[in-house]
Ligand binder design. Structure first.
Ligand code: F0G
Length: 358
């Protein structure tokens, strides 16, 4: 009940007076046996252990809170009275919430029409000044970087190193929850900060607490997944007009590109792409098989799992973690669009029995 800064204080140095927290972190690592059986059932006799890290259960509904508590606290410590970010939605919701809690201003720049309704409602409710640009996230990020360079307002996108420092705590938690690192960690990749932060977290955890009998802990393979229409790292070039149903990762020129490539290469991992169809299929599978509702971008991790499983990438003894980065209620429109709408009836028992197909 402390929030990540107090819990991992030695990794996140700060003068305690300036800590701004919504008691983020400490999110569940949910075993997912039904999803594992569905994905691996026809491929392996014994499916690997599969876990979902429910980052949507952070206070503003996404993993961004881990980085934001530290970035906003450090901004306060440095005497800043305002924060600014470009965002596909979740960063803005988190920045707005932590700025409100700190009593400072938040400025938010979003790509017009490409942000899920729940995220926009959060930013405006927390009192941020929100501007939509007729362009994509990459253009919004370029603009806010220029504003932040002028001084007076702190940039809280993940190019702010404090963001990644906070986000690495998710890897610490997973190691604590499993009693050591998993063999594989899968997560969606947008601006590529989270995969970079996780890799840093795993390396630091393994340096400080060797847990294997040999005294050496094996680091996980980092597996990142971009949406096929927004896959610059996979393609090896900037994507000028990124497209995907998973608006959170609709990014054509990730700020932490190098960090993601290093995480992939140093861990002998993979960065691959998944189609919108594969993302939506995984989105539905997670909700129907495991009872957890995540947003479409989050499902890119499970879509990636499905894709690599079919390529026989995993073995029976593997211990796999998929991060579900954001909560499903952030984006009700997509959920409703791909689901069957309710039948409407008169309030009569016979009609109800028929409609329920009992
Ligand atoms: N999943 C969700 C739900 C996200 O909101 C994001 C990024 C990612 C995955 C990708 O993480 O950028 O660290 O690779 N959202 C940012 C935002 C870009 O503005 O909210 P990443």
């Amino acid at each position: 009940m402390s929030g990540i800064i107090r819990k991992y204080h030695s990794f996140l140095p700060i003068n305690d007076r300036f800590i701004v927290t919504l008691l983020e972190g400490n999110t569940p690592l949910l075993p997912a046996p039904r999803l594992a059986a569905k994905i691996f059932g026809s491929l392996l006799k014994n499916p690997p252990e599969l876990y979902l890290k429910l980052e949507g259960l952070n206070p503003t509904g996404s993993f961004k809170d881990r980085g934001m508590t530290y970035a906003v606290s450090k901004a306060l410590e440095a005497g800043s009275q305002a924060v600014i970010c470009a965002s596909t939605g979740n960063t803005s919701a988190s920045a707005a919430a932590y700025a409100a809690r700190a009593g400072i201003r938040a400025y938010v720049v979003i790509p017009k029409g490409k942000i899920a309704l729940g995220k926009l409602s959060q930013a405006v409710m927390h009192g941020a000044r929100v501007v939509a640009v007729e362009g994509n996230f990459d253009e919004a990020l370029r603009l806010v970087k220029e504003i932040a360079q002028e001084g007076g307002v702190t940039l809280v996108n993940s190019i702010n190193p404090h963001r990644l420092e906070g986000q690495k705590t998710a890897a610490f938690e997973i190691c604590e929850q499993l009693g050591g690192p998993p063999t594989h960690h899968l997560l969606p990749v947008g601006n590529a900060g989270n995969i970079t932060a996780h890799w840093k977290g795993y390396r630091e955890f393994c340096q400080t607490s060797p847990t294997s009998p040999t005294g050496r802990t094996i680091l996980p393979k980092m597996l990142g997944f971009q949406a096929a229409g927004a896959a610059p790292i996979v393609l090896g070039h900037v994507v000028k007009e990124p497209r995907t149903v998973a608006t959170a990762i609709r990014i054509g020129n990730p700020a932490s590109w190098q960090g993601a490539v290093a995480a992939r290469d140093e861990s002998s991992g993979v960065i691959d792409k998944v189609t919108d169809r594969e993302i939506l299929e995984a989105y539905k599978m997670i909700a129907t098989l495991e009872g957890y509702f995540c947003e479409p971008a989050s499902a890119a991790s499970v879509a990636g799992l499905n894709k690599l499983a079919r390529q026989r990438y995993f073995g029976e003894g593997d211990r796999i973690v998929c991060t579900l980065t954001g909560h499903g209620l952030k984006d009700p429109d997509n959920a409703i669009r791909i689901s069957r709408s309710p039948v409407t009836i008169k309030p009569e028992l016979k009609k109800l029995i028929k409609a329920l197909k009992l």
